[in-house]
Unconditional design. Structure first.
Lengths: 104, 622
């Protein structure tokens, strides 16, 4: 089996994470914001798997399982919130939902 | 028995505490029984002690009871102790005896008041403080009592606190007497720093040893003590609080502002008479203050409408007589007048309370009248009290005590004809304003119908006090002899040109002149009085006297208004500016930080990401 160098794997994880952050900051649609979050979580997971492969340890993959479980829970809550928000405001624009701003 | 001296003070204290803590849960009967009963038992113990004191003379004519050490700091160790001699015995006898009857009267007088137990708690606390003041064997304990009576006076003047005017009167009394108290406190400091003790007897002994007569220190100390006495006893120039103090319930006026507390100044000067003897200038000041006060207050009493204010000015004037007696060196005469005054002035106030209550809280003597038939007990007792005040010859106590003072003003060591004349004019004024009051209230047509008659709890104290206002004069010789075992004898040194009999005859004439003028103006031809007041010149004088010679106006302009002005312009002073600055800064920071709260979740995420990057960078590169 072809060894993938750890550096390449981490660079890929970094690129994925940056894409996720960019998506999080740039996107206004809440669904897409959640998807960007998933990308970021998977980037972190990839980094763990790569590191686990490098040290020949199962820990990295175990942590990835945790991340998967956590991501599933997060998405469940996130989507519930999104549904509720849409129900309330008939909009999924993150910028439009600024009820908690200060008095300014 | 004499070992129970502490109990006289402890009983009212205990009762005051119980009433203060549990009073609102107790039925009124129990409250009254506790309030009046504690004073009654105190009075009985006092009488038993007096009997023992008289029957078995003590070594040094005095009994000292040290209760406990108060403080012990670097040689300054005052203890809480009581000192009983002829002077303090006479004083506590009067305070507990008259105090008991006034408490009994209050049990009925205040019965419909919601603050029934509060009233008795204050009154008992007052009696306890007054007794502490009188029995104290050092000036520090005396000062505790002194401030205690001041506090109770404040609480009782403002007893009906829902009316802001009563609160203002209470504050006025407290602040004005505080001026005097400050002087007295300075006097205490001076005495302690220069003589090293506050024990009254040691102090007097040391003062005679260390200070020459007329020395600067003695005069200063005596004048500072006089300042305290002037404040507490409502003498010139601090007399302005007493007439306003009439805002309190009438039994309070009778007990505190007539019979007992206001004479504390007289007691203080009598107690420290050695010091005043060392400072002839200060003693002369006492006489001048007394003479001036008795004249000014007498004139003011002549113009008032409010029955209680007339009696208040009369009290100021009568205490002026006591000060005059102290000032001329007729020490025992001052104490004698204190005793008789306590009886007849308490009687007059209690009588006034009956009248005011009977007429639906009517205070003006011009809306009273014809009460002679309606309130016979009040009439006869008030007549007796008034006659004693005016000095009806031979049968009333006031005649003997006042004439003794007037005679002393001429003949005693520091006496002068000038003081004698002042005393005589004062007697004329007293006779005039007393009979003006009596003739307006009890004679002539009925102006306001009587709606309530006093019960026996109120009439019995009137009768008892009236009895003593009559027979008090018989106590003259034994009382003087008794008091003179403590106070210096009254020596007649300036008897030239005057005899005691002649002085008494003049006093009788003056009494009759006052009575007949009062009869003429206030009963026979009342339009004459109105015409006199309407005359332009008389009107000016009348308003001037009515306003207490403008003292209130003067103090308002001199002290109150400048003080308010300074307070007003000092609103924005630099200390305030500092604290306002803190508030402003906080507000500015709040406004700045508020800008970051946009409510835009993407900005928060960006902030989070940026922050993480910064901290990671810090961790990596350091």
């Amino acid at each position: 089996m072809l060894e993938i160098p750890m550096r390449d794997g981490l660079i890929l994880a970094g690129i994925l994470f940056s894409l996720g952050v960019t998506g999080l900051l740039v996107r206004r649609n809440l669904i897409l914001v959640l998807m960007s979050l998933e990308v970021m979580l998977n980037a972190a997971g990839l980094a763990f798997v790569v590191a686990g492969a490098r040290w020949q340890q199962a820990d990295g993959q175990i942590v990835f399982l945790f991340i998967l479980a956590m991501a599933a829970a997060e998405v469940a809550i996130g989507l519930a919130l999104v549904l509720q928000l849409y129900h309330e405001f008939k909009s999924l624009d993150a910028d439009a939902l600024s009820e908690m701003r200060g008095i300014a | 028995m004499i070992q129970l001296l502490w109990l006289i003070v402890a009983l009212p204290v205990a009762s005051a505490l119980i009433l203060a803590v549990l009073g609102s849960h107790l039925p009124r009967r129990v409250v009254a029984a506790l309030g009046a009963g504690s004073i009654g038992v105190s009075a009985v113990i006092t009488m038993l002690i007096a009997t023992e004191y008289l029957s078995s003379p003590l070594a040094g004519q005095a009994y000292t009871e040290v209760l406990w050490n108060w403080i012990n700091v670097a040689g300054f160790e005052p203890h809480v102790g009581f000192y009983l001699d002829a002077l303090s015995l006479v004083m506590i006898l009067v305070v507990t005896f008259v105090g008991f009857w006034i408490h009994l009267y209050s049990a009925e007088f205040m019965v419909h008041d919601e603050g029934y137990s509060r009233f008795f708690a204050y009154m008992n606390l007052f009696v306890a403080s007054m007794l502490t003041l009188l029995l104290a064997d050092n000036l520090l304990v005396l000062y505790v009592g002194w401030e205690g009576v001041g506090l109770c006076s404040y609480l009782l003047i403002g007893f009906w606190y829902r009316d802001p005017a009563n609160g203002a009167a209470a504050r006025k009394a407290f602040i004005v007497t505080r001026v005097g108290d400050t002087a007295m406190l300075l006097g205490l400091f001076l005495l302690f720093t220069s003589l090293g003790t506050l024990q009254i007897q040691d102090l007097m002994r040391q003062a005679t040893e260390q200070w020459a007569t007329g020395s600067w220190l003695a005069i200063t100390a005596a004048l500072l003590l006089l300042g305290g006495a002037v404040g507490k006893s409502a003498q010139l120039p601090l007399q302005v609080w007493l007439p306003d103090a009439m805002a309190g319930p009438t039994p309070t006026s009778a007990l505190i502002h007539a019979a007992t507390m206001v004479t504390a100044g007289v007691y203080l000067i009598a107690r420290t008479h050695v010091l005043f003897a060392l400072a002839p200038a200060a003693q002369f000041a006492v006489a001048i203050v007394g003479a001036a006060t008795l004249l000014l207050a007498g004139c003011s009493a002549l113009t008032q409408h409010d029955i209680k204010r007339i009696l208040a000015y009369s009290t100021v004037s009568q205490i002026g007589y006591m000060f005059l007696a102290l000032g001329v060196g007729a020490w025992s005469a001052a104490i004698f007048h204190f005793v008789t005054h306590a009886f007849f002035k308490a009687l007059l106030f209690l009588g006034a309370g009956v009248i005011i209550e009977a007429l639906h809280d009517e205070h003006s003597i011009f809306r009273m009248g014809g009460l002679r038939k309606e309130l016979p007990v009040a009439f006869w007792t008030f007549l007796i009290g008034g006659s004693a005040l005016a000095g009806l010859p031979f049968i009333t106590a006031g005649f003997y005590s006042k004439d003794l003072i007037i005679w002393g003003a001429w003949s005693a060591a520091q006496g002068q004809p000038g003081f004698w004349i002042a005393g005589m004019i004062g007697a004329l004024l007293t006779s005039l304003y007393t009979f003006r009051l009596i003739l307006r209230v009890f004679f002539g047509p009925i102006q306001t119908p009587v709606s309530k008659r006093p019960g026996y709890l109120m009439t019995v104290p009137l009768l008892i006090l009236a009895f003593f206002a009559l027979v008090g004069g018989a106590m003259k010789e034994p009382l003087l002899a008794f008091v003179q075992s403590t106070l210096p004898k009254m020596v007649e040194v300036n008897a030239a040109g005057m005899t005691e009999t002649l002085s008494e005859v003049v006093a009788m004439l003056v009494f009759l002149i006052g009575l007949s003028f009062a009869y003429l103006f206030h009963l026979q031809n009342r339009s004459l009085a109105d015409a006199a007041v309407a005359h332009p010149t008389a009107h000016v004088v009348h308003s001037w006297w009515f306003a207490d010679w403008g003292f209130d106006w003067l103090y308002d302009k001199l002290f109150v208004q400048p003080f308010s002005w300074v307070a007003e312009i000092n609103k924005a002073d630099f200390i305030d500016a500092f604290y306002t600055g803190i508030a402003r800064l906080t507000e500015a920071m709040y406004r700045a930080l508020q800008l970051t709260q946009t409510g835009l979740v993407r900005w928060y995420a960006a902030g989070l990401a940026f922050g993480s990057v910064v901290f990671l960078a810090l961790v990596v590169w350091t």
